[in-house]
Ligand binder design. Structure first.
Ligand SMILES: *Cc1c(COP(=O)(O)O)cnc(C)c1O
Length: 385
């Protein structure tokens, strides 16, 4: 089976992890801050707070921005459930903004209209989480403008997008947002096995997230409510979690970062071949936009079902049966039973639903050979004929 995504591990990665195993620190040693610095340098951002997953990063990002009960968080329905769940963790209410049918990202026109209405109803969101779907940035300039106008904070869900650029700058620089969150799950662009990071230019947010990732405990006398009682002393000054990243993960991440650009360049080579090879097929290929350089986490095609005499599920199953490890990104979050219980229903976000009804992610990963890619295309041709 050719998988839809796969990590790339070389001997340097293995050596980096083994070196940590032979060292004194398995958690909270030098590798975690080194990894944070490596990402911050790459992205051109002040602070990086490494954690054990992007889900954790989203959670503490929301808390750092003060999200709580009675607040609203808005995100895209075309995303992994974690982009929305982080709002529920904080006791807030979640709503969605439909996608643009061309970019598959949050539609800024729909966002503006929804904001105007929410203002009248006194239900403006505290946080909006645009998701850089498949690694291509959202229209952050416009979202940032709307944030200024309507007074919401912005967390970029860049789980797909490390190594990508927006307006010539690396995604993660937070020029148009408060916090950017990355994921290092093995299917993503670089991996630490499990892992995530929250980037920000605001020191107060970075401090708060550092506190929250480790139980709300501090050893910094400046943050304590009274003088230290001795060398052992620490204080819990907030309710935090154990969301720490390990040294093993961070060392793997530092090593992977050396090849990030190479990974994304290879993905672009595969993209260009796919776009050419799929030209005559009844599928819509993902458009690349001038203002973006996508990290290309995914290569999602849409089936032109009116030109194919098979259903979405039939095409999917036949590809799998023929050794092509396709997937679907994403089942719109509002159609998940847990969200439907909150009142969301089919028809609420028609662009995301239409997209889902015909989307298939075909294999794209750094180690993929052109022969494997040809096999994917040939199989697709056979199945769609
Ligand atoms: C993978 C992913 C997450 C969650 O990442 P984890 O590191 O697995 O917690 C969040 N948002 C999006 C868009 C993702 O693809």
């Amino acid at each position: 089976m050719i998988p839809y995504g796969k990590q790339d591990i070389n001997q340097d990665d293995i050596d980096a992890v083994v070196n940590v195993l032979k060292s004194d620190f398995l958690t909270q040693g030098p590798q975690v801050p080194l990894f944070e610095e490596t990402i911050a340098d790459y992205c051109g951002v002040e602070y990086g707070v490494a954690v054990n997953s992007a889900t954790s990063a989203l959670h503490i990002a929301c808390l750092a921005l003060g999200l709580g009960e009675k607040d609203w968080l808005w995100t895209s329905p075309n995303t992994f459930v974690a982009s929305a769940n982080c709002g529920l963790y904080c006791g807030a209410q979640v709503d969605f903004v439909d996608i643009d049918p061309l970019t598959y990202n949050m539609c800024t026109l729909a966002l503006e209209q929804k904001l105007i209405q929410a203002k009248q109803e006194n239900k403006l969101p505290k946080i909006v989480i645009p998701v850089h779907f498949a690694g291509q940035s959202c229209d952050m300039q416009r979202i940032h403008q709307l944030g200024q106008e309507f007074g919401f904070k912005i967390i970029e869900d860049a789980a797909h997008a490390i190594g990508g650029q927006y307006l010539g700058h690396p995604v993660g620089g937070c020029q148009y947002s408060d916090i950017t969150v990355f994921s290092f799950h093995p299917v993503k662009i670089i991996t630490t096995a499990e892992g995530g990071l929250a980037a920000t230019n605001q020191s107060d947010l970075a401090n708060k997230m550092q506190l929250l990732r480790s139980h709300g405990i501090t050893r910094d006398p400046k943050l304590m409510t009274k003088d230290s009682e001795g060398g052992w002393y620490y204080q819990q000054i907030d309710l935090g979690f154990n969301y720490r990243m390990t040294e093993l993960q961070a060392a793997l991440g530092v090593s992977q970062m050396q090849r990030l650009d190479e990974f994304v360049i290879k993905r672009h080579a595969l993209l260009e071949r796919y776009t050419e090879l799929l030209k005559e097929l009844p599928v819509i290929t993902p458009k690349q936009f001038e203002d973006c350089y996508s990290a290309l986490h995914l290569y999602p095609i849409q089936l032109e079902l009116q030109r194919i005499d098979k259903s979405h599920a039939q095409v999917f199953d036949e590809l799998r049966q023929n050794g092509i490890g396709v997937n679907v990104h994403y089942i719109p979050v509002h159609l998940q039973p847990y969200y439907q219980k909150m009142g969301f229903k089919e028809g609420d976000f028609p662009n995301a639903e239409l997209y889902y009804s015909r989307a298939i992610s075909i294999p794209l990963f750094h180690g993929m050979t052109f022969e494997q890619q040809d096999e994917v295309v040939d199989t697709l041709k056979k199945v769609l004929r």
